[in-house]
Design a protein around this ligand. Structure first.
Ligand code: ADP
Ligand code: MG
Length: 263
């Protein structure tokens, strides 16, 4: 399997799975401004339960801002965003509900440096979900097992490699038992030899049926895992298509130019 081989076979997603008819994310005519800067323009995007979306596009095209809007780390101004049936508004209760259901993994891991790996993992389950410590720790250990670093549980993030820290970040997000996972360039800050260990965990997560929206330029991952690739440029969704179409027969000139630069 050629996870990192952009020249690999373009056969669409190779992992068979079920995509539900139910909608997990519905973004309708959404716009966002930073001051006078119109950063997201008329975004329309539907993600079904169990679906895997890869978002790509040039730097500054609005990818991070868009996925940050999905868990309200950024606020949109017009249009609507509905996540698992809940519309994102100023309502703090709803925002809390969404944040519990949506896991997020960042480029720079964002682990708490002064807490051990295990404490990073159990913090939210204990304080936000009010879980008993024992139960939270058991699940955390099982998830650290799943991302293949149970032996690091008592260490601090600074003692781990980048790839290990990112796997902790994924395990930590999963400890909240999210219904949806957002990834913002999770491998971009990693040395090449560590990229695969993180992608392997993401593939495994995809196989488990998790709904995923991943901003990444790992086109091998997109070809293997994505149901749909979303291409953004200038704050707009320019094109969305299954990988088989996206990579071989993109309709937009801007997509072609982008692909010619990264492949
Ligand atoms: P991408 O993730 O595709 O690289 P971003 O969503 O990070 O793009 O940024 C899109 C645009 O919005 C860029 O021009 C960026 O400089 C600008 N931007 C991002 N965050 C802010 C902010 N907090 N305030 C003002 N401008 C911002
Ligand atoms: Mg970004």
């Amino acid at each position: 399997q050629s996870l990192q081989d952009p020249e690999g076979l373009v056969t669409g997603h190779e992992l068979s799975h079920q995509v539900g008819a139910e909608v997990m994310i519905q973004i309708t005519d959404m716009n966002k401004w930073f001051g006078s800067f119109h950063v997201l323009r008329d975004i329309n995007l539907t993600v079904h339960k169990g679906e895997r979306i890869v978002v790509c596009g040039p730097s500054g095209s609005g990818k991070s801002t868009m996925i940050r809007c999905i868990n309200r780390l950024e606020e949109h101004q017009t249009g609507s965003i509905v996540v698992d049936g809940i519309e994102l508004t100023d309502d703090v209760k709803k925002i809390d509900m969404i944040r519990r259901e949506v896991g997020m993994v960042f480029q720079h891991f964002n682990l708490f440096p002064h807490l051990t790996v295990l404490e990073n993992c159990v913090l939210s389950p204990i304080w936000v979900r009010k879980e008993p410590r024992r139960q939270a720790e058991e699940r955390a250990m099982a998830l650290l097992e799943r991302v293949k670093i149970p032996e690091q549980a008592k260490k601090f993030p600074g003692q781990l490699s980048g790839g290990q820290q990112q796997r902790v970040a994924i395990a930590r997000a999963l400890c909240m038992q999210p219904k949806l996972m957002l990834f913002d360039e999770p491998t971009s800050a990693l040395d090449p030899e560590m990229i695969k260990e993180v992608l392997d965990v993401m593939v495994q997560l995809a196989e488990s049926g998790m709904t995923m929206v991943c901003v990444t330029h790992e086109m091998g991952f997109a070809k293997t895992v994505a149901d749909r690739v979303v291409f953004m440029d200038g704050g707009q969704v320019v094109e969305q298509a299954p990988p088989s179409t996206f990579f071989t027969n993109p309709t937009s000139e801007r997509t072609r130019l982008f692909l010619s630069q990264i492949l």
